[in-house]
Design a protein around this ligand. Structure first.
Ligand SMILES: *Cc1c(COP(=O)(O)O)cnc(C)c1O
Length: 361
């Protein structure tokens, strides 16, 4: 029987999140892919061993790959995916990266440098000319790392312009698309070579899974990345991958609601006397608010009853955190900056709780 399903290219992204990565439609087939617990497979097939592949990974990778317009590979965490990209670099490679990238990424670059394995140049990723100048200034520059919006400063990069300039200089382009998700931004279509995800955040979406992914367009890069994953073994558990896939089924509705809530809260925070600055790039569910001081921010985050004081982001529940409480956070991030990960609760309850906490900050 021919597979009756529509061709994925004919479907819009919100439909792909629901319909891709499912078993063939046959009588009595389950609608969802099973969780395949297997460390080995009957020889001689395509997978062979548990570190090389897993049908549950494949289902997750199908969905993410279709959404990003490339081929995806799942990893045990976002940092495993980040580390794998950095592992592809030659011994003295230069990397240009945002000074306000995810702090783990900046730490990984510093670690690379301290082991004499590369050199990072940190830039303001929103300043396109400065980023291009930094790539030109380093003749060994091999990689441009982009995060847009940045975490937690929420700056935006001109991905298309930067990718074009990077390629003219023979520099490979990586975009960490964790904040925007493929529903709001598809970096491969804008010229990027590799997309990085912490699926821990919006893709899984329920604060119960650690998972990462890379998505690439080029087959040679795919083979290189898959080769590293096979060799280093930073592979995810089948159950975690299944949970992330289950989370992705509702990504579009979660993101719609989180965005609507975030936009409304950003608007109200603008008028709040305790808030000195609001940063909201107009997309996604993350808002940053700057309070008068680090102390004021510390008081405010402890006063919320609905919002949870916690790190991480992208879950259904609203969380908030003063980012400079982490030693690794860049010193150019204001002391009083509180990152809000806006969830899918009723916006009036979120506002009532946040505004009462701000009164005490
Ligand atoms: C959380 C995060 C990471 C790291 O992902 P883990 O799943 O925590 O390893 C990388 N990039 C961004 C933008 C993140 O927010």
């Amino acid at each position: 029987m021919p597979d009756p399903r529509p061709h994925p290219e004919d479907l819009r992204p919100a439909t792909v999140t629901v319909s891709a990565g499912r078993p063939p439609r046959e009588p009595d087939a389950p609608l969802n892919p099973p969780i395949t617990m297997a460390s080995t497979y009957v020889a001689t097939g395509d997978v062979e061993y548990g570190r090389y592949g897993n049908p549950t990974w494949s289902a997750f990778e199908d969905v993410l790959g279709q959404l990003e317009g490339g081929r995806a590979l799942a990893f045990s965490s976002g940092m495993a995916a980040v580390g794998t990209v950095l592992d592809l670099l030659g011994p003295a490679a230069g990397v240009v990266a945002p000074r306000h990238a995810y702090s783990g990424t900046v730490m990984a670059l510093g670690d690379l440098e301290s082991r004499g394995r590369g050199r990072g140049t940190l830039v303001d990723i929103a300043d396109t000319e400065a980023v291009i100048a930094a790539m030109r200034a380093d003749e060994d520059c091999a990689l441009l790392w982009i995060e847009s919006p940045t975490n937690p400063a929420l700056e935006l990069a001109d991905i298309a312009a930067l990718a074009e300039a990077a390629h003219a200089l023979g520099v490979r382009v990586v975009v960490d698309n964790t904040f925007a998700t493929p529903l709001l931004q598809q970096p491969l279509a804008l010229g990027a070579d590799i997309v990085v995800h912490s699926a821990t955040k919006y893709l899984a979406g329920h604060s119960d899974v650690q998972l990462g992914a890379l998505v690439v367009a080029d087959d040679e890069v795919y083979d290189a990345v898959k080769g590293r994953r096979d060799l280093v073994g930073a592979v995810p558990g089948p159950f975690e991958t299944w949970l992330a896939l289950r989370g992705m089924r509702t990504l579009a509705v979660r993101l719609d609601r989180a965005q609507a809530n975030a936009a409304e809260l950003a608007r109200r925070l603008e008028d709040h006397p305790a808030v000195e600055e609001v940063r909201y790039p107009g997309l996604g569910g993350i808002v940053a608010m700057v309070l008068r001081s680090g102390d004021a921010a510390d008081v405010a985050v402890r006063q919320t009853r609905l919002w949870v004081h916690a790190t991480s982001l992208g879950g259904v529940e609203s969380t908030l955190e003063r980012r400079r409480r982490w030693k690794a956070e860049a010193e150019t991030i204001p002391d009083g900056l509180v990152r809000l990960s806006v969830g899918i609760e009723d916006v009036e309850d979120l506002w009532a709780d946040l505004s009462q906490a701000l009164e005490k900050g």
